[in-house]
Design a protein around this ligand. Structure first.
Ligand code: FMN
Length: 184
């Protein structure tokens, strides 16, 4: 069993986080969740008030004594999903002023997988620059930008086109989420 850290911020797209937690559970992963205050509010507003209950452990975003605050606590990677431009900017500049941004900063310093799923449109040059900074420092940017070539029939199918790439990036390539191009 692997251990995956999930961070939820106040960007639109709570369904991405909610379904990711479901998929990780189905794949036998232990999930450690931290939500920002706006993450909690936007989850509830978008119809996912119970997302946190899907995680194995949930931390207070002010709790710097939590295990994921330390590099000595081992895990297989962190996904920030959906990632607001505010949190993205903080992570890009090493501002670990909350448990979420600290845990992401730990991933960068420990060279662990840090997957950012940004959501904003349009993006300013500053938003794009911050993503370039993160990519240069080793994080993987997986935009909340679904694909349509598999002809998704439902919103869940559409969301899964992004989550399949997130799971691939976590090294969980055996997942059955979504379809692979030109594979039966
Ligand atoms: C309904 C709603 C949707 C939002 N969607 C986005 C978004 O897609 N991207 C974004 O960067 N901010 C979005 N925001 C604004 C963020 O919630 C706000 O910038 C907040 O400070 C982010 O804080 P956090 O990064 O600590 O969660 C949204 C706010 C609301 C109320």
């Amino acid at each position: 069993m692997g251990r995956i850290v999930v961070g939820i911020t106040g960007a639109s797209g709570a369904i991405y986080a909610d379904r990711l937690l479901t998929h990780l559970k189905d794949l036998g992963q232990e999930t450690h969740l931290v939500l920002t205050e706006m993450g909690k509010k936007v989850c509830a507003y978008e119809g996912f008030p119970d997302t946190a209950a899907k995680a194995d452990r949930v931390y207070d975003n002010k709790d710097f004594f939590a295990p994921i605050s330390s590099g000595s606590y081992l895990h297989q990677g962190m996904v920030v999903i959906p990632c607001s431009m505010g949190t993205l900017g903080k992570i890009a500049h090493g501002i670990g002023d909350s448990l979420l941004t600290r845990a992401a900063d730990v991933c960068l310093k420990e060279k662990r997988k840090l997957i950012i799923v940004p959501r904003e449109t349009p993006m300013s040059a500053l938003h794009l620059q911050n993503q370039k900074v993160l990519a240069d420092y080793g994080s993987v940017i997986v935009p909340a930008s679904p694909s349509f070539y598999h002809k998704p029939a439902t919103i869940e199918d559409l969301v899964d086109t992004v989550l399949a790439r997130v799971l691939d990036q976590l090294g969980l390539e055996n997942h059955q989420v979504g379809k692979r191009w030109r594979e039966p």
